[in-house]
Design a protein around this ligand. Sequence first.
Ligand code: NAD
Ligand code: 0WE
Length: 271
Amino acid sequence: MSDETKGGISLGGLFKGKRALVTGIANDRSIAWAIAQALHAEGAALAFTYPGAAMGERVLPLVRTLAPAAVLDMDVSSDEAIDGAMAELKEVWPTFDVLVHSIGFAPRGALAGRFTDVTTREAWRITLDVSAYSLIALTRAAKPFMPRGGSVVTLSYYGAEKVVRNYNVMGVAKAALESSMRYLAEDLGQDGIRVNAISAGPVKTLAAAGIKGMRAMLDENADKTPLRRNIDQDDVARACLYLCSDLARSVTGEVLHVDCGQSILGVVSMA
Ligand code: NAD
Ligand code: 0WE
Protein backbone atom coordinates (compact mmCIF):
# COMPACT_ATOMS: atom_id res chain seq x y z
CA MET A 1 0.00 0.00 0.00
CA SER A 2 1.23 3.47 -0.85
CA ASP A 3 1.91 6.03 1.85
CA GLU A 4 1.43 8.87 -0.61
CA THR A 5 -1.18 11.52 0.10
CA LYS A 6 -2.14 14.56 -2.02
CA GLY A 7 1.06 14.24 -4.04
CA GLY A 8 2.87 14.34 -0.72
CA ILE A 9 5.39 11.84 0.48
CA SER A 10 5.81 9.82 3.65
CA LEU A 11 9.21 8.51 4.63
CA GLY A 12 8.17 7.44 8.13
CA GLY A 13 8.89 10.30 10.49
CA LEU A 14 12.20 11.48 9.06
CA PHE A 15 11.93 14.70 11.13
CA LYS A 16 10.46 13.30 14.36
CA GLY A 17 11.88 15.32 17.27
CA LYS A 18 13.25 18.00 14.90
CA ARG A 19 12.32 21.67 14.73
CA ALA A 20 12.21 23.78 11.57
CA LEU A 21 11.90 27.54 11.07
CA VAL A 22 10.28 28.22 7.70
CA THR A 23 10.33 31.67 6.08
CA GLY A 24 8.64 32.82 2.88
CA ILE A 25 5.05 31.58 3.03
CA ALA A 26 2.77 34.11 1.32
CA ASN A 27 -0.09 31.79 0.35
CA ASP A 28 -0.93 28.16 -0.44
CA ARG A 29 1.06 28.30 -3.69
CA SER A 30 4.30 29.35 -2.01
CA ILE A 31 7.20 26.93 -2.35
CA ALA A 32 7.74 27.37 1.40
CA TRP A 33 4.18 26.14 2.04
CA ALA A 34 4.87 22.85 0.24
CA ILE A 35 8.11 22.53 2.23
CA ALA A 36 6.29 23.21 5.51
CA GLN A 37 3.65 20.58 4.74
CA ALA A 38 6.31 18.00 3.85
CA LEU A 39 8.30 18.71 7.02
CA HIS A 40 5.08 18.49 9.05
CA ALA A 41 4.16 15.16 7.46
CA GLU A 42 7.58 13.84 8.51
CA GLY A 43 6.98 14.84 12.12
CA ALA A 44 8.84 18.16 12.38
CA ALA A 45 7.70 20.88 14.76
CA LEU A 46 7.38 24.17 12.87
CA ALA A 47 7.68 27.92 13.31
CA PHE A 48 7.01 30.53 10.63
CA THR A 49 7.86 34.10 9.71
CA TYR A 50 6.11 36.69 7.54
CA PRO A 51 6.98 40.32 6.68
CA GLY A 52 4.52 42.80 8.21
CA ALA A 53 1.00 42.70 9.63
CA ALA A 54 -0.78 42.71 6.26
CA MET A 55 1.02 39.54 5.15
CA GLY A 56 0.48 38.11 8.64
CA GLU A 57 -3.29 38.30 8.22
CA ARG A 58 -3.10 36.16 5.08
CA VAL A 59 -0.54 33.71 6.39
CA LEU A 60 -1.91 32.99 9.86
CA PRO A 61 -5.07 31.07 8.85
CA LEU A 62 -2.93 28.89 6.58
CA VAL A 63 -0.03 28.07 8.90
CA ARG A 64 -2.31 27.58 11.93
CA THR A 65 -3.31 24.22 10.41
CA LEU A 66 0.23 22.95 11.07
CA ALA A 67 0.11 23.79 14.82
CA PRO A 68 3.15 26.10 14.79
CA ALA A 69 5.22 26.81 17.91
CA ALA A 70 5.46 30.45 16.80
CA VAL A 71 4.43 32.73 13.94
CA LEU A 72 6.72 35.74 13.83
CA ASP A 73 6.67 39.12 12.11
CA MET A 74 10.08 39.38 10.42
CA ASP A 75 10.88 41.71 7.55
CA VAL A 76 14.39 40.62 6.59
CA SER A 77 15.37 44.11 5.44
CA SER A 78 15.48 45.15 9.12
CA ASP A 79 18.11 43.93 11.60
CA GLU A 80 15.80 44.95 14.46
CA ALA A 81 12.99 42.83 13.01
CA ILE A 82 15.32 39.83 12.72
CA ASP A 83 16.66 40.31 16.27
CA GLY A 84 13.13 40.79 17.64
CA ALA A 85 11.73 37.71 15.92
CA MET A 86 14.61 35.50 17.03
CA ALA A 87 14.31 36.77 20.62
CA GLU A 88 10.61 35.86 20.53
CA LEU A 89 11.43 32.42 19.13
CA LYS A 90 13.97 31.86 21.93
CA GLU A 91 11.05 32.00 24.41
CA VAL A 92 9.53 28.82 22.95
CA TRP A 93 12.46 27.05 21.30
CA PRO A 94 15.94 26.88 22.90
CA THR A 95 17.23 25.22 19.74
CA PHE A 96 16.09 24.30 16.24
CA ASP A 97 17.51 22.09 13.50
CA VAL A 98 16.38 23.45 10.14
CA LEU A 99 16.16 26.92 8.59
CA VAL A 100 14.33 27.32 5.28
CA HIS A 101 15.10 30.60 3.49
CA SER A 102 12.50 31.08 0.76
CA ILE A 103 12.58 34.84 0.25
CA GLY A 104 13.12 36.94 -2.84
CA PHE A 105 12.10 40.43 -3.85
CA ALA A 106 12.92 43.02 -6.50
CA PRO A 107 11.02 46.24 -7.18
CA ARG A 108 8.60 45.36 -9.97
CA GLY A 109 10.04 47.91 -12.40
CA ALA A 110 13.41 46.15 -12.31
CA LEU A 111 11.96 42.87 -13.60
CA ALA A 112 10.90 44.05 -17.02
CA GLY A 113 12.71 46.01 -19.68
CA ARG A 114 16.32 46.56 -20.55
CA PHE A 115 18.70 45.55 -17.74
CA THR A 116 20.94 48.54 -18.44
CA ASP A 117 18.09 51.00 -18.02
CA VAL A 118 15.97 49.52 -15.20
CA THR A 119 18.72 48.45 -12.78
CA THR A 120 18.86 51.55 -10.63
CA ARG A 121 21.08 51.87 -7.57
CA GLU A 122 17.95 51.65 -5.39
CA ALA A 123 16.61 48.55 -7.20
CA TRP A 124 20.01 46.87 -6.79
CA ARG A 125 20.20 47.77 -3.09
CA ILE A 126 16.71 46.49 -2.25
CA THR A 127 16.98 43.33 -4.36
CA LEU A 128 20.41 42.26 -3.10
CA ASP A 129 19.50 43.16 0.49
CA VAL A 130 16.22 41.25 0.67
CA SER A 131 17.10 38.36 -1.65
CA ALA A 132 20.77 37.65 -0.84
CA TYR A 133 22.05 39.45 2.27
CA SER A 134 19.07 38.07 4.21
CA LEU A 135 20.51 34.54 3.96
CA ILE A 136 23.64 35.70 5.79
CA ALA A 137 21.67 37.65 8.40
CA LEU A 138 19.24 34.77 9.08
CA THR A 139 21.96 32.12 9.18
CA ARG A 140 23.91 34.22 11.68
CA ALA A 141 20.75 34.60 13.78
CA ALA A 142 20.07 30.84 13.56
CA LYS A 143 23.60 29.78 14.57
CA PRO A 144 23.14 30.07 18.36
CA PHE A 145 20.00 27.90 18.01
CA MET A 146 22.06 25.12 16.40
CA PRO A 147 24.67 24.14 19.04
CA ARG A 148 24.70 20.55 17.78
CA GLY A 149 24.58 21.47 14.11
CA GLY A 150 21.75 21.95 11.67
CA SER A 151 20.74 22.50 8.07
CA VAL A 152 20.00 25.68 6.15
CA VAL A 153 18.34 25.58 2.72
CA THR A 154 17.74 28.52 0.39
CA LEU A 155 15.88 28.82 -2.92
CA SER A 156 17.63 29.91 -6.09
CA TYR A 157 16.94 30.03 -9.81
CA TYR A 158 18.85 29.38 -13.06
CA GLY A 159 19.03 33.14 -13.70
CA ALA A 160 21.95 33.08 -11.22
CA GLU A 161 24.02 31.11 -13.75
CA LYS A 162 22.83 32.23 -17.17
CA VAL A 163 20.94 35.22 -18.45
CA VAL A 164 17.18 34.81 -18.32
CA ARG A 165 15.60 37.76 -20.05
CA ASN A 166 13.73 40.10 -17.67
CA TYR A 167 14.96 38.28 -14.55
CA ASN A 168 17.53 41.09 -14.51
CA VAL A 169 18.78 42.17 -11.09
CA MET A 170 17.13 39.13 -9.47
CA GLY A 171 19.65 37.03 -11.42
CA VAL A 172 22.46 39.11 -9.97
CA ALA A 173 20.96 38.64 -6.49
CA LYS A 174 20.66 34.86 -6.98
CA ALA A 175 24.32 34.72 -8.05
CA ALA A 176 25.20 36.55 -4.82
CA LEU A 177 22.86 34.23 -2.90
CA GLU A 178 24.52 31.08 -4.25
CA SER A 179 27.99 32.43 -3.55
CA SER A 180 26.96 33.50 -0.04
CA MET A 181 25.56 30.01 0.50
CA ARG A 182 28.99 28.53 -0.32
CA TYR A 183 30.86 30.93 1.99
CA LEU A 184 28.40 30.18 4.79
CA ALA A 185 28.78 26.44 4.16
CA GLU A 186 32.56 26.70 4.43
CA ASP A 187 32.43 28.85 7.53
CA LEU A 188 29.79 26.84 9.40
CA GLY A 189 30.94 23.37 8.49
CA GLN A 190 33.11 23.38 11.62
CA ASP A 191 29.91 23.93 13.64
CA GLY A 192 28.11 21.01 12.01
CA ILE A 193 25.81 23.37 10.12
CA ARG A 194 25.22 22.50 6.47
CA VAL A 195 24.11 25.18 4.00
CA ASN A 196 22.69 24.33 0.57
CA ALA A 197 20.53 25.76 -2.20
CA ILE A 198 17.79 24.34 -4.37
CA SER A 199 17.70 25.84 -7.85
CA ALA A 200 14.04 25.39 -8.75
CA GLY A 201 12.57 25.49 -12.22
CA PRO A 202 9.83 28.06 -12.85
CA VAL A 203 6.59 27.52 -10.87
CA LYS A 204 3.44 29.62 -10.84
CA THR A 205 3.57 31.23 -7.38
CA LEU A 206 2.78 34.76 -6.19
CA ALA A 207 6.39 35.72 -7.02
CA ALA A 208 5.86 34.46 -10.57
CA ALA A 209 2.39 35.97 -11.03
CA GLY A 210 2.17 39.01 -13.23
CA ILE A 211 5.62 38.38 -14.70
CA LYS A 212 5.35 39.23 -18.38
CA GLY A 213 5.78 36.11 -20.49
CA MET A 214 5.55 33.70 -17.55
CA ARG A 215 2.78 31.61 -19.14
CA ALA A 216 4.74 31.37 -22.38
CA MET A 217 7.89 30.39 -20.49
CA LEU A 218 6.06 27.63 -18.59
CA ASP A 219 4.43 26.30 -21.76
CA GLU A 220 7.71 26.29 -23.67
CA ASN A 221 9.53 24.59 -20.77
CA ALA A 222 6.92 21.88 -20.54
CA ASP A 223 7.91 20.85 -24.09
CA LYS A 224 11.67 21.31 -23.80
CA THR A 225 12.96 20.09 -20.45
CA PRO A 226 14.48 16.60 -20.50
CA LEU A 227 11.51 15.36 -18.45
CA ARG A 228 9.10 17.17 -20.83
CA ARG A 229 7.16 18.86 -18.03
CA ASN A 230 7.39 21.61 -15.42
CA ILE A 231 8.15 21.12 -11.75
CA ASP A 232 5.65 21.79 -8.99
CA GLN A 233 6.11 23.00 -5.43
CA ASP A 234 6.05 19.46 -4.08
CA ASP A 235 9.07 18.53 -6.20
CA VAL A 236 11.01 21.24 -4.35
CA ALA A 237 9.65 20.06 -1.00
CA ARG A 238 10.93 16.51 -1.61
CA ALA A 239 14.42 17.78 -2.43
CA CYS A 240 14.29 19.98 0.66
CA LEU A 241 13.48 16.98 2.88
CA TYR A 242 16.59 15.32 1.52
CA LEU A 243 18.88 18.31 2.05
CA CYS A 244 17.54 19.03 5.55
CA SER A 245 17.73 15.44 6.72
CA ASP A 246 20.50 13.06 7.66
CA LEU A 247 20.23 11.59 4.15
CA ALA A 248 22.35 14.58 3.08
CA ARG A 249 24.63 14.54 6.13
CA SER A 250 27.77 14.97 4.01
CA VAL A 251 26.30 17.44 1.52
CA THR A 252 27.06 21.14 2.01
CA GLY A 253 27.69 24.12 -0.27
CA GLU A 254 25.69 22.41 -3.01
CA VAL A 255 23.21 23.81 -5.54
CA LEU A 256 20.70 21.05 -6.21
CA HIS A 257 18.80 21.65 -9.45
CA VAL A 258 15.13 20.67 -9.24
CA ASP A 259 14.22 21.75 -12.74
CA CYS A 260 13.29 18.65 -14.77
CA GLY A 261 16.81 18.88 -16.21
CA GLN A 262 16.39 22.29 -17.81
CA SER A 263 19.82 23.55 -16.74
CA ILE A 264 21.74 20.77 -18.54
CA LEU A 265 20.46 21.94 -21.92
CA GLY A 266 22.45 23.87 -24.47
CA VAL A 267 20.89 24.62 -27.82
CA VAL A 268 17.48 23.03 -28.03
CA SER A 269 16.52 21.80 -31.47
CA MET A 270 13.37 23.27 -32.93
CA ALA A 271 12.50 19.87 -34.40
P1 NAD B 1 6.24 33.55 -2.91
O1 NAD B 1 5.84 34.91 -3.35
O2 NAD B 1 5.20 32.66 -2.43
O3 NAD B 1 7.40 33.66 -1.83
C1 NAD B 1 8.27 34.76 -1.73
C2 NAD B 1 8.30 35.14 -0.28
O4 NAD B 1 9.25 36.18 -0.02
C3 NAD B 1 6.93 35.65 0.21
O5 NAD B 1 6.43 34.83 1.22
C4 NAD B 1 7.25 37.03 0.75
O6 NAD B 1 6.51 37.36 1.92
C5 NAD B 1 8.74 36.90 1.08
N1 NAD B 1 9.38 38.19 1.22
C6 NAD B 1 9.49 39.18 0.28
N2 NAD B 1 10.09 40.26 0.82
C7 NAD B 1 10.38 39.94 2.12
C8 NAD B 1 10.99 40.63 3.20
N3 NAD B 1 11.45 41.90 3.07
N4 NAD B 1 11.10 40.00 4.40
C9 NAD B 1 10.64 38.74 4.56
N5 NAD B 1 10.05 38.03 3.58
C10 NAD B 1 9.93 38.63 2.37
O7 NAD B 1 7.00 32.91 -4.18
P2 NAD B 1 7.90 31.60 -4.31
O8 NAD B 1 7.98 31.34 -5.76
O9 NAD B 1 7.44 30.55 -3.39
O10 NAD B 1 9.34 32.15 -3.87
C11 NAD B 1 10.11 31.58 -2.84
C12 NAD B 1 11.59 31.55 -3.25
O11 NAD B 1 11.74 30.66 -4.35
C13 NAD B 1 12.16 32.89 -3.69
O12 NAD B 1 13.49 33.02 -3.23
C14 NAD B 1 12.16 32.76 -5.19
O13 NAD B 1 13.12 33.60 -5.79
C15 NAD B 1 12.52 31.30 -5.33
N6 NAD B 1 12.24 30.68 -6.62
C16 NAD B 1 11.01 30.77 -7.21
C17 NAD B 1 10.76 30.18 -8.44
C18 NAD B 1 9.43 30.33 -9.14
O14 NAD B 1 9.38 30.14 -10.35
N7 NAD B 1 8.35 30.60 -8.43
C19 NAD B 1 11.80 29.47 -9.08
C20 NAD B 1 13.04 29.37 -8.45
C21 NAD B 1 13.25 29.98 -7.23
O1 0WE C 1 12.59 34.42 -8.20
C1 0WE C 1 11.58 34.51 -8.89
C2 0WE C 1 10.60 35.64 -8.70
C3 0WE C 1 11.16 36.73 -7.87
C4 0WE C 1 10.38 38.00 -7.76
C5 0WE C 1 9.11 38.22 -8.29
C6 0WE C 1 8.48 39.46 -8.11
C7 0WE C 1 7.15 39.79 -8.70
C8 0WE C 1 6.44 40.87 -7.93
C9 0WE C 1 10.99 39.02 -7.10
N1 0WE C 1 10.41 40.21 -6.91
C10 0WE C 1 9.18 40.43 -7.39
N2 0WE C 1 8.64 41.69 -7.20
C11 0WE C 1 7.35 41.97 -7.48
O2 0WE C 1 6.90 43.13 -7.31
N3 0WE C 1 11.36 33.57 -9.87
C12 0WE C 1 12.38 32.57 -10.12
C13 0WE C 1 10.17 33.56 -10.74
C14 0WE C 1 10.49 34.31 -11.99
O3 0WE C 1 10.43 35.65 -12.01
C15 0WE C 1 10.83 36.06 -13.27
C16 0WE C 1 11.13 34.94 -14.05
C17 0WE C 1 10.93 33.81 -13.22
C18 0WE C 1 11.14 32.38 -13.60
C19 0WE C 1 10.98 37.34 -13.79
C20 0WE C 1 11.38 37.49 -15.11
C21 0WE C 1 11.68 36.38 -15.90
C22 0WE C 1 11.56 35.09 -15.38
